[in-house]
Write a protein that binds this ligand. Structure first.
Ligand code: MUC
Ligand code: MN
Length: 372
């Protein structure tokens, strides 16, 4: 008799950020994680995380709605079901719950962690095995102030914590953003790759002008310049410029990835477990991208250590991450709720080892930061 699922808990955890993090649609001062704990009848526990940015500012699921979805819809479907057949559990959820990929990602992660602990194997091995144990990680400069961003970048380069940077733009007039970006690129020099993320803020005409300016300033990649559903804009812009485009919000799952590639897009895709529905699901998008000759990037929703580790287990199985990763979420938060944080060194991060995700909760910290 295989073990059955006995309990599913979704916990809201609020941790302040080390500084304001300014995106085109919101400025974050705190990050809210939904931590999921699934226990089975043998007493083994699996951990998962669902995290978004700025409540409902980034996407259609909020931390509070994810908790409600898990408590009221997911848990009753999974309690007393065998814990070890994750595909069957996902089919069961998928038949009754549409969308809600953040909640599904946390659940898929927790089930993989549980299975890994049961088998005493890492999650990467359940996904076919890690090709890499150290992955490059860029840092996002988003204080909202050019001088502060330059100081931050210089310190991180000096410490060999990050050598590549992503700048959040799109909330200011175009030429203000261009001057901001050009000043940072000039300061960090040629050895650093500087990219921008517009988070859908431009229309196509603004994007065309912006991309011409950014190309001239030596920027390497422009992320999601136009609204997520405007596939045609992304295709035309990717045709027009040799400055490549990274599609983020536009591509959530393998079907989006297939449609955008079929429409003629020739850039790269930001993979995120939260968009696709988990560390196994996101690899379906990676496979479609690879089949279409589209580059890969390990993306984040600024998750804490659990969600970041889950993503790293997935990215580690990919032969090539053409644009590296941005798995720095835990470093943007003032504190952590795990016993041993991830190891960031040599401009990257180590894949945690040990069974499952290789992550354990610090119960005192969780108690301190959980929403009362
Ligand atoms: O990419 C996004 O849209 C969201 C996120 C990733 C890094 C960061 O600073 O914000
Ligand atoms: Mn993005």
């Amino acid at each position: 008799m295989s073990a059955t699922i006995q309990s599913i808990e979704a916990i809201l955890v609020d941790i302040p950020t080390i500084r304001p993090h300014k995106l085109s649609m919101t400025t974050m001062g705190v990050q809210t994680m939904v931590i999921v704990r699934v226990t089975d009848s043998d007493g083994i526990e699996g951990l998962g995380e669902a995290t978004t940015i700025g409540g409902l500012a980034y996407g259609p699921e909020s931390p509070e709605s994810v908790k409600l979805t898990i408590d009221h819809y997911v848990a009753p479907l999974l309690i007393n079901q065998p814990a070890d057949n994750i595909n069957t559990l996902k089919v069961r959820l998928g038949r009754v719950i549409r969308g809600n990929t953040l909640a599904k990602s946390a659940i898929e992660t927790a089930l993989l962690d549980l299975q890994g602990k049961r088998l005493q194997r890492p999650v990467a091995e359940l996904l076919g095995g890690a090709v890499h144990t150290h992955m490059p990680v860029l840092w996002t400069l988003a204080s909202g102030d050019t001088g502060k961003d330059i100081d931050e970048a210089m310190n991180l380069i000096e410490a060999r914590r990050h050598c590549d940077f992503k700048l959040k733009i799109g909330s200011r007039p175009l030429m203000d953003d261009v001057r901001h970006v050009a000043a940072i690129k000039e300061a960090v020099g040629d050895s650093a790759s500087v990219r921008v993320d517009v988070n859908q803020a431009w229309d196509e005409a603004t994007a065309a002008k912006g991309m011409a300016e950014l190309q001239a300033a030596g920027i390497d990649l422009v992320e999601q310049p136009t609204p997520m559903k405007h596939f045609d804009s992304l295709v035309r812009l990717s045709d027009k410029f040799h400055l490549p485009i990274l599609a983020d919000e536009a591509v959530a799952d393998a079907t989006d990835g297939f449609n955008l590639a079929a429409a003629g897009f020739g850039g790269a895709y930001a993979l995120k477990i939260a968009k696709s529905g988990g560390p196994a699901r996101v690899l379906e998008l990676a496979a479609v991208a690879s089949a279409a000759g589209i580059g890969l990037y390990g993306g984040t929703m600024l998750e804490g250590t659990i969600g970041t580790a889950a993503s790293l287990h997935a990215w580690s199985t990919l032969e090539t991450l053409h644009w590296g990763t941005e798995m720095f979420g835990p470093l943007l938060m003032k504190d952590d709720i795990v016993v041993t944080p991830l190891t960031y060194r040599d401009n990257g991060v180590e894949l945690p080892d040990g069974p499952g995700l290789g992550i354990a909760i610090d119960e005192d910290k969780l108690e301190h930061y959980r929403r009362k």
